[in-house]
Structure formats: structure tokens, C-alpha cells
Ligand binder design. Structure first.
Ligand SMILES: [Zn+2]
Length: 168
């Protein structure tokens, strides 16, 4: 008797294949080409444009000002605070983000997270309790560029906010 997987006449990929050779699907931020990279790689060249891509994962558990750029997973820990610019493959915020962020994969905001600034992300999960005050775009990020003057922009917004609070 034919197995259900024979119905369309094609052989299915063995279930264990991706488990034995774990990869992550990446979109090159330079040219938009999609390709698979070994999950353990920390740096790779885009096969289409040969641009060098960093893949390190980062856990930020202190106060960070500046730019964080990787196609890996960035996590802002509960006590962490990032002011500046973030570009990454995957973002999880448990602490505070005051940034212009471009995330080529999913962004997750956990219950005690706080975020101001802007976020462009492929998809988003917001837990109840998260406080977000963001310019938000959810969808395709191919060809998107991270905002350049992010730190100045964040400072301007914080200034506007404190000015508004003082005037109220
Ligand atoms: Zn490329």
C-alpha cells in the first residue's frame, strides 16, 4: 500500500535531513538574495553579491550606545538597554530599546520590554505588558536600509517627549 507521501508522486525529503544539517534562511541586506547558511556559521559571504555578512548572536545585558549589526539573533536582556541603531536577523527585547531597528526576521517583545524609536521587521510578536512607542513597519525587509542618523533621531524624540511632558 502506498504511503500518503506518495500521493503527489514525489519523494519527500527525509524528516531528519534539516535536523542533521541545520541551516537558517537569510536575505542578504546588500542585494536581497535569499540563501541558506549553516546555523553555526559566524560569518559568510553572500553567494550573489559576495558581500560579507556577520552572523554572530548577541545578548546585550548592559547599557549599549551605538550600532549593533549582525544577521544573527540579538537579544536585549531584562537589564539591557540599547540606544542607537540595530540591524539583525532576529530580535528579542526583554529590556529597553531606544533605537532605529531593522530586523530581517521576527521581532519579539516580552512582557516587561519597553521600546521607543522605529522598527521595520519581517514579523512581530508583542506580549501583553510590553510598552511600545514605535514607528512600525511589518513586512518585507529586502532592500530596506537601516536609518542612519538613528542616535540623533532618538535624542530628538526623547527631547520632544520631555519638552511635551514639561509643557503639560
Ligand atoms: Zn548579497
Amino acid at each position: 500500500m502506498a504511503a500518503p507521501s506518495d500521493v503527489d508522486g514525489r519523494e519527500r525529503r527525509p524528516a531528519g535531513l534539516t535536523a542533521r544539517f541545520p541551516v537558517r534562511r537569510l536575505a542578504c541586506p546588500h542585494c536581497g538574495a535569499a540563501f541558506d547558511a549553516p546555523r553555526r556559521a559566524i560569518s559568510i559571504r553572500c553567494p550573489a553579491c559576495t558581500g560579507q555578512l556577520q552572523l554572530q548572536d548577541a545578548v546585550l545585558s548592559s547599557t549599549v550606545q551605538g550600532t549593533v549589526r549582525t544577521l544573527g539573533h540579538v537579544r536585549i536582556a531584562r537589564r539591557g538597554s540599547v540606544t542607537g541603531q540595530i540591524e539583525c536577523g532576529c530580535l528579542q527585547v526583554d529590556g529597553a530599546m531606544n533605537a532605529a531597528a531593522l530586523v530581517h526576521g521576527p521581532s519579539t517583545f516580552t512582557p516587561k520590554s519597553r521600546a521607543t524609536g522605529s522598527l521595520r521587521t519581517r514579523s512581530i510578536i508583542v506580549a501583553p505588558g510590553a510598552v511600545l512607542d514605535l514607528d512600525l513597519i511589518v513586512g518585507d525587509t529586502v532592500g530596506a536600509r537601516a536609518a542612519t542618523s538613528a542616535v540623533d533621531e532618538v535624542r530628538r524624540r526623547l527631547h520632544e517627549r520631555s519638552a511635551a511632558a514639561a509643557g503639560a
